[in-house]
Ligand binder design. Structure first.
Ligand code: ADP
Ligand code: MG
Length: 334
């Protein structure tokens, strides 16, 4: 039995179908990312799991219980949204303890919990500050502390890092992963950022126009995308149709799988080797991205070549070179 199972969920906003029959299982302790372009239905699906929306059809089960129509509070899930959503009129401590009610939460126990959580998020001295006195990254840490204060059985995060500047985003991303591992908590995070999903997720659910395109580990999605959309959304891919290769079907090839060499006679007789022209190149940091044009004068492709290797080859702009693309690196899309 899975920890969470989403079964054939359909969601309409009046005439518009936002989710077309989504099914997905999530195991306890997993970090799952819903990844896809803006408007593909990620937030809608997360909100259905949270109990903030109800589906037209289908159901959501947690362990063996059907929770499709259960109130959000009774689900015992924690939620963090993109826009901090802390109460501006409450201190950090009051924000964190907002949901800690009932007899198991005496005042002393609540204060203790605030200290525990502030230590956990690396901000031990801010209990009596107000949200406006905190940076974006600090506010999001507090939102996270509030979401996990009552030991939720599932943590739901909707683009929690998107509003932060690039450096803070990466720091907090790494902290989030460490925290999740430490607590062993099950997490579903919505993001449109493939790098973020790759860095965090055990499994990524790639969504597009209200449907799931593919579910898999970051490695499997990168190496074996099941269709063009996934191939192009996760990393970059050349799409090539070469009559004598793969019976003329379109093949997807990662930029780093295109081997570029001088067009010598010995190289040109090798299988899966073509002559192309160098159009331009750009330094991308650790590698050069080289733009190439095939002999049909219309098919463009890219090759990523490690920095030193590129310099050693002494390639000249507009010159002809040989490329080899081994069939092991092809993704064939019918
Ligand atoms: P994402 O989070 O992937 O960006 P959403 O789940 O927010 O996408 O939205 C999916 C689609 O449903 C979008 O086309 C959006 O415009 C539409 N939508 C979302 N919420 C509503 C709403 N309350 N009323 C009408 N349409 C909505
Ligand atoms: Mg969204």
């Amino acid at each position: 039995m899975s920890f969470l199972s989403i079964e054939h969920v359909i969601k309409d906003y009046e005439e518009y179908r936002a989710l077309h029959g989504i099914s997905l299982s999530i195991e306890r302790g997993e970090f799952v990312c819903f990844l896809g372009p803006s408007g593909c239905g990620k937030t809608t699906l997360l909100n259905i799991v949270a109990g903030l929306h109800f589906p037209e059809q289908g159901k959501v089960c947690c362990l063996d219980e059907d929770i499709t129509y259960l109130s959000p509070a009774k689900r015992k899930f924690g939620i963090v949204f993109q826009n901090y959503a802390l109460f501006p009129n409450l201190t950090v401590a009051d924000n964190i303890t907002y949901g800690l009610r009932g007899k198991e939460w005496s005042k002393a126990r609540r204060n203790e919990r605030v200290d525990e959580l502030l230590t956990l998020i690396g901000l031990p001295h801010i209990a009596f500050r107000y949200p406006v006195e905190l940076s974006g990254g600090q506010q999001q840490r507090v939102a996270l502390a509030r979401a996990i204060a009552n030991n939720p059985r599932l943590l739901l995060l909707d683009e929690p890092l998107s509003a932060l500047d690039a450096k803070v985003r990466v720091t907090l991303r790494d902290e989030l992963k460490v925290l999740q591992r430490k607590l062993g908590i099950t997490v579903i995070m919505v993001t449109h950022d493939q790098e973020e999903a790759m860095a965090l997720a055990d499994r990524i659910v790639v969504m597009n126009e209200g449907r799931i395109e593919q579910v898999g580990t970051p490695e499997s999605l990168y190496l074996k995308p099941s269709n063009r959309f996934v191939g192009e959304f996760i990393g970059s891919m050349n799409m090539l149709t070469i009559p004598q290769w793969a019976q003329g079907q379109t093949i997807g090839v990662r930029y780093e799988q295109v081997l570029v060499r001088p067009a010598t006679e010995e190289v040109l007789v090798l299988p899966y080797t073509l002559v192309v022209r160098i159009v331009a190149w750009h330094l991308m940091g650790a590698f050069y991205r080289v733009e190439l044009l095939m002999s049909d004068q219309s098919t463009q492709l890219y090759a990523d070549i490690p920095y030193q290797h590129f310099l050693d080859q002494k390639l000249a702009e507009h010159s002809l070179v040989a490329i080899t693309i081994a069939p092991e690196s092809w993704c064939v899309f019918p």
